[in-house]
Ligand binder design. Structure first.
Ligand code: 6R9
Length: 587
C-alpha cells in the first residue's frame, strides 16, 4: 500500500479546483469548437480510445494501418484500425472479467511491444486509468509507482516481472493480476496476456465515460518528495487531436513516427493518442537508438511526420549528416522536437541532413499536450520554442509574496505561465491536492520553467526554477536518486545535480557524505554507483559520484543542490547567506 497521506484525495470523476475556472475561461468557446469535431459517446460522454480507434472503424477506415510495429530483430507486424479495435475490445472484456473497472489503475512495464498499445487502449475503453512505467526503471522506482498508483493490473514481460516486481509483490497488496506478454506463470495471479485475450470476445460496448473521468496517470518528479502522479481525464483527447492536426497537420493515412517511449508522457500523448485520433498510421520501433536504423525507417516507411527529442538529434549529429545521404526522405513533411532545449544548430542541422528543419515544441506532463510550438507556415525562429497555439494564452510572470503573480513584459525573464482553460490540463496530483494547488495562481498554471518572450510572441527557454533535471529527455527528481543512496549503510547524506553532457543534456552526479566510521575509497565509490544502479535502473542511475565531508545545507537542513551544481561548474557561488555556517562546501 502507498503510505498514508494527510492530503485531500481526489476521486475519479471528482471535479478539481481548476475545472470550474476552466469553464469560464475566455478560451472556452474555442475549445468547444474543437470538442464538437469529436464523436463522443451517447449521453454526452467522451472516451479517448473511442476517438482514437473506434470512430475510424465506424467511418469506414477500419482497413487503414493504425500501428506498424517494427521489432528489435527485424519482425514487422501491421495492425489495422479494425484489428486494434478488436484487440482493445478483448482487453477491455478481460479487465471486466477480472473485476477491474472505472477509476482502477492498470499499469504497463514494458518496452515498445504491441501488447502495451493494446493494453493502453483497452484500459481506456474499460473506463480504467492507464498508467505507464518506463521499462528502464529499476525495482525501486517501479515499486514506488505501482504502490502510489495502487495498481490493480500490471502488463509486463516475464523478464521485467522477475527482475523488477516479483520480489516486491508482498509490498503491493493492490496488485491482484500480472499479465505477461510473453507467456504465463505458474504463480497465482500471473497470467499469459495472450491466453486471456484469446478467451475474450472482440466485441465490446464502451461504457459511459464522462469527459471529466480519469483516463491517464503519468508519474513525474519535483524537487522534493516521491514522484507525483499527474491525472488526466478523457477530455484531454480534445487537445491531443487538435494539436495532432494543428501542429503536425496530420490527416488520415499519414505516416507518423514518434521516437519517445510510452513510459513517458510524450510516448503516450503523441506516441499513441494524438496520431491515432487523427487517423494516421503510427510507426513504432521497438529497438533503441541507432542512426542507420532510424534513417532506414524514415525512408522505408515513408514517414511524413517525425517527432523526436534533442538527445536523439545530438546523437544523429555526432554520426554526421553523411549517414542520411542516399536515403530517400522525400516523404518527410515535418520534423519536430520536444523535451529539452533545442539549440539553433540542431534546428538547422535537420534542414541539412533531412531536408527539413526541426520545429521545437514545448509542453509538460502536466499540460498533457503541446501548448507552444514552431508551426508550419509560420516563421521558424531557431532556438525558440515557438508561439502559443490557438486557444492558448501564455505569459511570463513573477510570483508575488502574497501568492499572486505579476505579468512581465516582452524581454523580461520570469516563469512561463499558461492561462487555465485548455482541455488537457492535468486535474490533480494523485493524493496530493496541496502540491496541485501550488501550481496555480490568479487563474494561471505556473510551469516551473524560466523563459522570456520576444516582441513577436516567441518564447525562449532559459532553465528550470527547481532541482529537477532532464537526462536523455527523461525528467528525474533528486529525491528518488538520493533516497536510493541513503539506503546504503555508509551514506549519511546525498545530493543530486545535473551535470551538462554533450549528448544526454545532463547526466546525474551525486555528492555523498559518509557516516562516521566509513572512509572514502575507490572501492566504496564503485560499490555505491553499483548499489544505486541496481535499485534505480539505468535510466535514473547516477553516472558520477563524489565524496564530500559535509553537504552544503540551509539553516533548516535542506541540501543546497544549486550550490553543489554551481561549484561543480565553476560558477560564482552567489548568495551564501542561507548556508548553515557549519556546512560550507569543502574542496
Ligand atoms: C513533454 C515533456 C517537461 C519539462 C519542461 C521543460 C522541459 C520540454 C522543452 C523543454 C526546453 C523545450 N522541456 N520541452 N525545455 N525546450 N521545447 O517533456 O514533459 O517530461 O514533463 O518535461 O521538459 O523543463 O518543464 P516532461
Amino acid at each position: 500500500m502507498s503510505g498514508t497521506t494527510t492530503h485531500q484525495r481526489l476521486e475519479p470523476g471528482e471535479p478539481s479546483p481548476n475545472v470550474a475556472a476552466a469553464a469560464t475561461a475566455p478560451a472556452d468557446s474555442f475549445w468547444a469548437v474543437a470538442r464538437s469535431e469529436l464523436e463522443g459517446l451517447p449521453g454526452g460522454g467522451l472516451n479517448i480510445a473511442c476517438e482514437a480507434v473506434d470512430r475510424h472503424v465506424q467511418a469506414g477506415r477500419g482497413a487503414t494501418v493504425a500501428l506498424r510495429w517494427r521489432g528489435k530483430n527485424g519482425e514487422r507486424r501491421d495492425f489495422s484500425y479494425a484489428d486494434l479495435a478488436g484487440l482493445s475490445n478483448r482487453f477491455a472484456n478481460m479487465l471486466r472479467r477480472l473485476g477491474v473497472g472505472k477509476g482502477d489503475r492498470v499499469c504497463t512495464l514494458a518496452g515498445r511491444i504491441p501488447e502495451l498499445y493494446i493494453a493502453a487502449l483497452g484500459t481506456l475503453k474499460a473506463g480504467a486509468v492507464f498508467c505507464p512505467l518506463f521499462s528502464a526503471f529499476g525495482p525501486e522506482p517501479v515499486r514506488v509507482r505501482l504502490s502510489k498508483s495502487r495498481a490493480r493490473v500490471l502488463v509486463t514481460t516475464a523478464l521485467l516481472y522477475q527482475r523488477k516486481v516479483q520480489a516486491q509483490r508482498n509490498d503491493l497488496p493492490d496488485l491482484a493480476q500480472v499479465l505477461l506478454a510473453d507467456g504465463g506463470g505458474a504463480e497465482p495471479g500471473v497470467h499469459s496476456f495472450q491466453a486471456l485475450l484469446d478467451a475474450e470476445s472482440d466485441q465490446f460496448t464502451i461504457p459511459f465515460t464522462a469527459p471529466e473521468d480519469w483516463a491517464l496517470l503519468h508519474f513525474t518528479s519535483g524537487t522534493t518528495g516521491t514522484p507525483k502522479g499527474a491525472i488526466h481525464v478523457h477530455e484531454a483527447i480534445v487537445a491531443h487531436r487538435f494539436t495532432g492536426r494543428r501542429v503536425f497537420e496530420l490527416q488520415p493515412g499519414d505516416i507518423y513516427w514518434c521516437t519517445a517511449d510510452p513510459g513517458w508522457v510524450t510516448g503516450v500523448s503523441y506516441g499513441i493518442i494524438a496520431p491515432l485520433a487523427c487517423g494516421a498510421t503510427l510507426v513504432v520501433d521497438e529497438a533503441d537508438f541507432d542512426a542507420r536504423r532510424w534513417y532506414a525507417i524514415l525512408e522505408q516507411e515513408r514517414v511524413n511526420v517525425w517527432y523526436t527529442a534533442p538527445t536523439a538529434i545530438r546523437m544523429l549529429m555526432r554520426v554526421g549528416a553523411e549517414a542520411a545521404q542516399g536515403c530517400d526522405l522525400s516523404a518527410l513533411r515535418f520534423a519536430a522536437s520536444v523535451g529539452e532545449p533545442l539549440n539553433p544548430a540542431g534546428v538547422l542541422w535537420g534542414q541539412e541532413a533531412l531536408g527539413r528543419p526541426f520545429h521545437d515544441t514545448w509542453w509538460q506532463t502536466e499540460t498533457g499536450a503541446i501548448l507552444i510550438a514552431n508551426r508550419l507556415g509560420q516563421e521558424l525562429r531557431p532556438g525558440s520554442m515557438g508561439r502559443p497555439l490557438p486557444g492558448i494564452t501564455a505569459a511570463i510572470v513573477r510570483r508575488r509574496p502574497d501568492g499572486g503573480v505579476d505579468l512581465l513584459d516582452a524581454g523580461e525573464e520570469g516563469e512561463l505561465a499558461v492561462r487555465i482553460g485548455w482541455p488537457s490540463l492535468f486535474r490533480g496530483y494523485l493524493d496530493d491536492a496541496e502540491r496541485y494547488r501550488a501550481c496555480f495562481a490568479d487563474g494561471w498554471y505556473l510551469s516551473g520553467d524560466l523563459a522570456t518572450r520576444d516582441a513577436e510572441g516567441y518564447y525562449w527557454f532559459l532553465g528550470r526554477n527547481d532541482d529537477v533535471i532532464k537526462s536523455a529527455g527523461h525528467l528525474i527528481g533528486p529525491f528518488e536518486v538520493e533516497s536510493a543512496l541513503l539506503q546504503h549503510p555508509a551514506v549519511a547524506e546525498a545530493g543530486m545535480i545535473g551535470k551538462p553532457d554533450a549528448f544526454a543534456g545532463h547526466i546525474i552526479k551525486v555528492f555523498v557524505a559518509l557516516k562516521p566510521g566509513y572512509v572514502a575509497s575507490a572501492a566504496l565509490h564503485k560499490e555505491l554507483l553499483g548499489f544505486a544502479r541496481t535499485r534505480l535502473g539505468p535510466a535514473v542511475a547516477p553516472r558520477e559520484l563524489e565524496f564530500m565531508a559535509d553537504l552544503p545545507k540551509t539553516r533548516s537542513g535542506k541540501i543546497l543542490r544549486r550550490l553543489l551544481r554551481d561549484r561543480e561548474l565553476g560558477l560564482p557561488l552567489g548568495d551564501l547567506s542561507v548556508l548553515d555556517a557549519d556546512a560550507t562546501p569543502t574542496g
